[in-house]
Design a protein around this ligand. Sequence first.
Ligand code: CA
Ligand code: CA
Length: 208
Amino acid sequence: METGGLNFISLLSACLLITFSSSSSSSSSSILPTSPYLGIHPGDLKYYTESKLIKCKDGSKSFTLNRLNDGFCDCPDGTDEPGTPACPRSKFYCRNVGSTPQILFSSRINDRFCDCCDGSDEYDGSISCPNTCFEDGNVANNSEEYYSKRTYLSNFDLQRKENTVNLEDLIQKLKDLKVVVIIEVVLVSVIAFHLFRRHIKSRRRRYR
Ligand SMILES: [Ca+2]
Ligand SMILES: [Ca+2]
């Protein structure tokens, strides 16, 4: 009877253990990131590595490194799950080397849509996200080069127009100056002629 009771207790314990294990695994993310530091902003790495006990950023509690990106939400603000969708409030950082970094809501992680150009937000193997960051970066650089060339050409064109305007202005000024000089010469000639005539007349009167 005692042996039967012990067997029953052992069986019950085993059932409880299996139930607990299965419920635990169902709440965990099936595929975890290969690096515990996935999704962390490079400027935040020191925060996660300088101490064995890491504080949730909202100050509510602390967690150890093995709780970082383990698929269970320990911090209400998602500090411990930057690389999994376990905490609704966590944010995922895509490095996107060669292009522009991005920050995503955790719901975008493994949602079968390639959000980051480096494909880092889709790591559970459901879909394939090839890294297109360098192509995107080149497109961006080419655009910058194109716009800088356009700006240079526009500035060159503007400078040329300004020079043309300045030259036309100078020519007009010279023309105006020429007209003024001609008028002055004519006036001086008329006055000189008038004075000369008066001089001749006065001489004739003197000789009469
Ligand atoms: Ca965790
Ligand atoms: Ca995604």
